[in-house]
Design a binder for this molecule. Structure first.
Ligand code: C2E
Ligand code: MG
Ligand code: MG
Length: 698
């Protein structure tokens, strides 16, 4: 027996054998037994340790009151007065009690009184300080966790290995529109799906499809991120992360706005801002797809015929409105599988894919042209767009997207040069024409400097006297390889690429120079293109050519066509008056071929009307032509203008014309256009007859 045995106070060694003593003393509980008078019978060592009691202080017979007071001295915290506390535990019957007692030093003791038979009692004291601290810490952790998950910007849920909900945050419930009272820990995943189907917060899938997919994710041991678009329009990003206990955690992020922004940016990268049609980049993607699909398709390259004039006359605002209107109409003509793209300006591409045969392509092209010829209402004004369409069909018209697009462009070019408002299929010959046009352009750019241009002159003859009154200067290009090229083969190109301005200036200077060497009675006529006429500086060029050559302005005549008057009528008239003021004569060329608008004749007093060759050609056989010539000649005479007939080739034609009152004629009957030296030899030398022989016969 050690000294601990002696401290087991008031015991009869026969009652407590050594084993029991040891057991009681080794308990982690402090134990106190007392009698009905509340006098100590026994306490164990743990009790003494807990309250620092000596053997003396716990001698049997010690009143429990003393022990309670001892604990109060140690700092036991009680509610109310200490003496009341003591009295309640020392008077009257022994009552069962269970409390947790705190001491000033922070210790926490679980304290219990048990009444025993014979009026005795037992008290147990258990130091639960550590346990309490632990649970306080746990509690705090839980609270922090709660605060954290309920304040995060993502929905969060934990599931266990059996797919039952452990915990989820409030946002998870709100995001999916779940009824909060029906969400509880332990509910199976399938029930949550059910609630989500009720709320509509699921993608466009059947219950079975969705359950299969999500359960597949749930049992996966891999982290999986998925983006889910709900029927209700929201988009969630779900990050699934497996946990070591075979459960999983998932965060749910509402990325609807972010997604919409991304989609918007992606949309902007692939669409034209004005019309919202596909842009070049999207078209290229679709073309690649069309090529890889192996199916036949058509590329319609559309160009608006009147866009430029709408833009110029009604302004950019109206131009934009027209482009939007055109886009709307195109949208109505195509199928969902087709693509419409705006290539910039007034050029559009329709990718018609797939097609069964060429007829489907031509049918759509016809529809497009018809729709575009219907009037558009712009700012209260009616206007039409008009369209030309070039068509390339794959397979056949190009092995790559670039090639097929280029071929559709070539076909468009043909449709436009064939008079617009029509469509053309690509043909291999178009490619050759473009190549040769390109070569011609290249050569033309060098022709002027290389001295390859020359002027020929064609006499104009007075019907009454048969005398030559003047000449018309007509340009030719002596190409080093191709020989003499007529103006109709290169003037339109020169106009298109702007070369007409320097070439035209050369013509004016050259014609003035040559004519200045000739008798004063001869005037010289020069053709001025619309592009040249509207180019600033024309008057200066003319003035300087006259000054440089010393030619009297009254001997210079300029020939313009109606097309000059189509654009900027006010400015054009001002310019014509300015030239007229210098003494220059103005002729209306090719009259009868264009709009032949009488208002043009009315708005400016032309000196001369040149009746187009096409009327003269048939004058002897076609009554219609004869009537037209007659009418124009009468009109000219009535307005005090000279009437010149172009292209007189036969005596018969000459006879008709003279009879109808044309004052002047020009044509192969008298002379072809000739180099200056030839003109001088044939018409201006002293031997030359004043009146060409054949004319005399008329
Ligand atoms: P245009 O001004 O109407 O010139 C008359 C055209 O008719 C000339 O053709 C002339 O050779 C042709 N011609 C004259 N008499 C007859 C005839 O009896 N029968 C036939 N079949 N043709 C006849 P060319 O020289 O080929 O010129 C064609 C057009 O080119 C001119 O038509 C004019 O519009 C333009 N052009 C010619 N030179 C110039 C120029 O220096 N500048 C500009 N801008 N245009 C020019
Ligand atoms: Mg002419
Ligand atoms: Mg003419």
């Amino acid at each position: 027996m050690d000294d601990r045995d002696q401290q087991v106070a008031g015991t009869d060694p026969h009652v407590l054998n050594g084993l029991l003593e040891q057991a009681v003393n080794n308990l982690s509980l402090g134990i106190v037994l007392f009698d009905a008078d509340r006098k100590l019978i026994f306490c164990n060592q743990r009790y003494m340790q807990m309250y620092g009691l000596s053997a003396d202080q716990v001698r049997p017979g010690t009143p429990t009151k003393t022990l309670i007071e001892h604990r109060l001295k140690l700092g036991l915290k009680v509610r109310g007065e200490a003496k009341d506390y003591v009295r309640a535990r020392t008077e009257g019957e022994i009552r069962d009690e269970r409390t947790v007692q705190e001491f000033a030093d922070g210790r926490i003791i679980a304290y219990a009184i048990h009444s025993l038979p014979d009026g005795r009692g037992m008290a147990t004291h258990e130091d639960i300080t550590e346990r309490e601290e632990l649970s306080a810490r746990l509690h705090q952790r839980n609270m922090q966790f709660d605060i954290a998950i309920n304040n995060m910007s993502h929905g969060l849920c934990f599931f266990d290995a059996d797919h039952r909900l452990n915990v989820c945050n409030r946002l998870f419930i709100d995001m999916y529109g779940l009824p909060p009272e029906r969400v509880r820990a332990g509910m199976p995943l399938s029930e949550i799906f059910e609630l989500r189907f009720e709320a509509g917060s699921v993608p466009e899938m059947t219950r079975a499809e969705y359950a299969t997919w999500r359960t597949g994710v749930a049992v996966s041991a891999e982290p999986i991120d998925s983006i889910v678009e709900m029927k209700n329009g929201r988009t969630f990003k779900i990050r699934h992360r497996p946990m070591p206990d075979l459960g999983w955690v998932a965060t749910h992020e509402d990325i609807t706005e972010q997604r919409q922004t991304e989609l918007k940016i992606a949309h902007m990268a692939h669409h034209d801002a004005l019309t919202d049609l596909a842009n070049r980049s999207l078209l290229n993607q679709r073309l690649e797809q069309a090529f890889t699909s192996g199916e036949a398709f058509a590329i319609h390259h559309i160009d608006l015929d009147k866009f430029k004039s709408v833009n110029d006359t009604l302004g950019h605002h109206a131009g934009d409105a027209l482009l939007r209107g055109v886009s709307e109409r195109l949208r109505k003509l195509v199928r969902p599988c087709d693509t419409i793209a705006r290539m910039g300006g007034d050029e559009f591409i329709v990718l018609q894919t797939p097609i069964g045969d060429r007829n489907e392509a031509s049918a759509l092209a016809e529809c497009i042209i018809r729709e575009m010829s219907m009037p558009f209402e712009l700012d209260g004004q009616q206007t039409t767009a008009g369209a030309s369409v070039g068509l390339a069909i794959v397979p056949g018209d190009g092995a790559t997207p670039e090639h097929a697009l280029r071929n559709a462009d070539l076909a468009l070019y043909r449709a436009k040069s064939d008079g617009r408002g029509t469509y053309r299929f690509f043909e291999p010959a178009m490619d050759e024409q473009v190549q040769s046009r390109r070569a011609l352009e290249h050569d033309l750019r060098k022709a002027l400097a290389a001295g390859e241009l020359e002027l020929h002159y064609q006499p104009l003859v007075q019907t009454g006297t048969g005398g030559v009154t003047g000449v018309e200067a007509l340009i030719r290009w002596r190409h080093p390889e191709r020989g003499l090229i007529p103006p109709n083969s290169f003037i339109p190109l020169a106009e298109e690429i702007g070369l007409i301005v320097p070439i035209g200036e050369w013509v004016i200077r050259q014609a003035c120079m040559t004519a200045s060497r000739w008798p004063d009675r001869l005037h010289v006529a020069v053709n001025i293109s619309a592009a040249q006429f509207h180019h600033p500086g024309l008057a200066e060029v003319i003035v300087s050519a006259l000054a440089g050559s010393g030619l009297d302005a009254r001997r210079l005549e300029i020939e313009i066509t109606e097309s000059v008057l189509l654009q900027d009528k006010e400015g054009t008239l001002a310019m014509l008056h300015r030239l007229r003021a210098l003494g220059i004569r103005i002729a209306m060329d090719d009259f009868g071929t264009g709009y032949s608008s009488l208002t043009y004749l009315q708005c400016f007093p032309f000196d001369k009307i040149k009746i187009d060759r096409s009327f003269i050609r048939d004058i002897a056989t076609d009554a219609g032509s004869l009537n037209i010539v007659r009418a124009i000649a009468a009109l000219a005479s009535g307005m005090g203008m000279a009437a010149t007939a172009e292209g007189v080739e036969t005596q018969e034609q000459l006879a008709c014309i003279a009879a109808e009152g044309c004052t002047e004629v020009q044509g192969f009957l008298f002379s072809r256009p000739l180099p200056a030296a030839e003109i001088e030899r044939k018409f201006l030398s002293t031997e030359a007859p004043a009146v060409p022989g054949r004319f005399a016969a008329a």
